[in-house]
Ligand binder design. Structure first.
Ligand SMILES: Cc1cc2nc3c(=O)[nH]c(=O)nc-3n(C[C@H](O)[C@H](O)[C@H](O)COP(=O)(O)OP(=O)(O)OC[C@H]3O[C@@H](n4cnc5c(N)ncnc54)[C@H](O)[C@@H]3O)c2cc1C
Length: 424
């Protein structure tokens, strides 16, 4: 599938104008939206044959709310909110141990929002598809940056030249591999895996999530507003990284079955639905840590640059914020990528690092490793709603999360809204 680009300006030549973005998930289309507004000509290439709509519910909080407002997508996000009411923990017999409202579960503050990842990807894609060229079912095979531009060879065999290339192709970024080297140099495994897929809602959940904790594992099933199906999600610890390829879904489904073999509650039935799931997702919970995010005319964005892992709850917010900042800095620098890339990194890095540190602690919290720790957690879940300090505890959780969510300072790039151009 591809959509023809509309030329943004024709009479003059800015320092950098054509931008190839690899990856059409969250970061890529968000950057394309902002670059087009600033007068650049973005092209997005996506390996998948069509937009990938699976995934977890993702939080839009702190700085990301203002970013979405400025991108003009906040109302649509709110109209598609998951609108969760709350959740409960159940024991192995399915009996409810305790229930908590959504604000406490999600550490949510007023104005925070939550949307399915696939819905957000769809909103961004639909906002950009008429103005931006999308190349699905293709990928970058080779890059050659000669200092004045980047020659790109696609896997389809097509060759094109762009002023800049942005890798927004996720934790296993191919662009990063081509421009910076092997993933192992930058990935830090945090000791756990996450899997999620759509399945029939056989628990009959409505705007509700149900959790079951086992030593080193957490299972969650939920159904959000407007959904007839459910999402089955599994987190499990593994001391070592597991040997499978990140595009081999058959191997990933076997990894999941083996991790939960012999476990009770509804787990065999929930895992059984993985076989038919068309949006099956499994990945390690890892960080991407790099000394720099750009090399010449190639720059990384979102998880490709600085994956904070699902444990941070901030990967999507950081991807949106990074897209806004990168496009804004390119416009402010009139397309001078050296100035823009440096400033993009200076603005983003402290906030990124704060969120990555938070994720490390959250992984252990998600997957308590002993029966005693789980028993203590269940005691808290049972008693918290009845304690007079419940609001104080909720506030403490919320404040920590909000601090990290607001860690990137947002400039106003409106003044540089349109790329000023120099005579050709
Ligand atoms: C289908 C899917 C489901 C997800 N589910 C969850 C989830 O349940 N929980 C969670 O925390 N996070 C999930 N994520 C990751 C989450 O979207 C990101 O952490 C966050 O939103 C940052 O997004 P990103 O755009 O930087 O990277 P990503 O969302 O990872 O997107 C990267 C995009 O690049 C594409 N791509 C990869 N390689 C190439 C290539 N060589 N050429 C072209 N395109 C390429 C991918 O297909 C994808 O569309 C999911 C991602 C995807 C794609």
């Amino acid at each position: 599938m591809s959509h023809a680009a509309r030329p943004a300006m024709t009479t003059a030549k800015p320092a950098a104008k054509t931008v190839l973005i690899s990856g059409a998930s969250i970061a890529g289309p968000a950057l394309a939206l902002q670059l087009h507004r600033h007068g650049f000509t973005p092209t997005v290439v996506e390996r998948a044959p069509e937009l990938r709509t699976g995934g977890y519910k993702v939080d839009i909080r702190g700085t990301a709310i203002e970013v979405c407002r400025r991108m003009g997508i906040l109302d649509e996000i709110r109209a598609n909110s998951t609108d969760m009411e709350g959740g409960s923990y159940v024991d192995a017999g399915g009996r409810t141990i305790g229930e908590l409202p959504a604000e406490i579960f999600g550490g949510r503050a007023d104005g925070d929002d939550e949307i399915m990842r696939g819905e957000l990807a769809r909103i961004l894609y639909e906002r950009t598809r008429d103005d931006v060229e999308y190349l699905f079912d293709d990928s970058v095979a080779a890059l050659h940056d000669d200092g004045d531009g980047v020659d790109v060879t696609f896997e389809s065999g097509t060759r094109r030249r762009f002023d800049l290339v942005v890798g927004a192709d996720g934790m296993h970024s191919h662009t990063r591999r081509l421009a910076f080297g092997d993933e192992r140099r930058f990935k830090r495994y945090l000791g756990a895996y996450i899997s999620i897929f759509t399945a029939p809602n056989h628990l009959g959940l409505k705007r509700w999530e149900t959790y079951h904790a086992l030593p080193g594992k957490l299972v969650c099933v939920y159904s959000s507003a407007g959904e007839t199906s459910a999402k089955n999600s599994f987190v499990f610890r593994s001391p070592e990284e597991l040997p499978y390829h990140h595009r081999d879904f058959g191997a990933q489904k076997r990894v999941l079955s083996e991790a939960f073999a012999g476990d009770g509650w509804e787990i065999p039935r929930l895992i059984g639905h993985a076989a038919d799931a068309t949006d099956f997702y499994l990945d390690s919970i890892s960080l991407i840590e790099m000394d720099r995010w750009s090399s010449g005319r190639v720059v990384l964005l979102g998880d490709a640059a600085h994956c904070a892992s699902p444990a941070s709850g901030q990967g999507t917010g950081l991807a949106l914020t990074g897209a806004y900042v990168l496009a804004g800095e390119l416009a402010a620098a009139q397309g001078d990528h050296r100035v823009a890339f440096e400033e993009y990194e200076r603005v983003m890095r402290p906030g990124v690092e704060q969120n990555q540190r938070m994720a490390e602690g959250f992984v252990k919290e998600m997957t308590l490793d002993t029966k005693w720790k789980i028993a203590l957690r269940m005691f808290m879940v049972r008693t918290l709603p009845k304690t007079p300090w419940k609001n104080l505890i909720a506030k403490k959780i919320r404040d920590d999360i909000q601090k990290a969510a607001n860690a990137v300072p947002l400039k106003d790039y409106e003044a540089s809204k349109t790329l000023r151009t120099t005579a050709a």
